[in-house]
Design a protein around this ligand. Structure first.
Ligand code: NI
Length: 155
């Protein structure tokens, strides 16, 4: 596995719509594994393929430690309710903002092995999945946030 460089806001790559993955082959699995390693190294809870310069519809997430999800060609099937919370993004370092997201979502996609999975997520899990899904559409949380502000570094 290898760490990949994270693309930052301002790079047009983050604004493009990603294309579907044709087949979950070894190359795709290698990219997903690299993305998990890169996300963990950067202490993030999610990372989408365009953030490492790959314009394909896939993302990884670890909303709570040791609970890793890989989504290939994800689809949000349904959304319910509303919640408001503070978000950040590895592509927008040092910043945070308040975003309104669905409280509960149903999402389906292929896992690391190309197997179809369906999940219902709520709370923070739903926030993470919606945030990462948006990256595949070229959307950043800063587009939806009511106040984007610098985060004070804890010493
Ligand atoms: Ni992000």
């Amino acid at each position: 596995m290898a760490l990949r460089n994270i693309v930052e806001e301002g790079d047009p790559i983050l604004r493009k719509k990603c294309r579907e993955v044709g087949e979950v082959n070894e190359r795709i699995q290698m990219i997903l594994d690299d993305m998990v390693e890169t996300m963990r190294s950067a202490q993030g809870v999610g990372l989408a393929a365009p953030q490492v310069g790959i314009m394909r519809r896939m993302f990884v997430a670890e909303p709570t430690p040791e609970e890793v999800y890989c989504f290939v060609n994800p689809e949000i099937i349904s959304v319910e309710g509303e919640q408001e919370g503070e978000e950040g993004c590895l592509s927008v370092p040092g910043m945070a903002g308040t975003v309104v997201r669905p409280e509960r979502i149903k999402i389906k996609g292929l896992d690391r092995y190309g197997k179809e999975k369906v999940y219902t997520f709520e709370g923070f899990h739903a926030v993470v999945m919606c945030h990462e899904f948006d990256h595949l559409e070229g959307i950043l949380y800063t587009d939806k946030a009511s106040d984007v502000h610098p985060v004070r570094e804890e010493l």
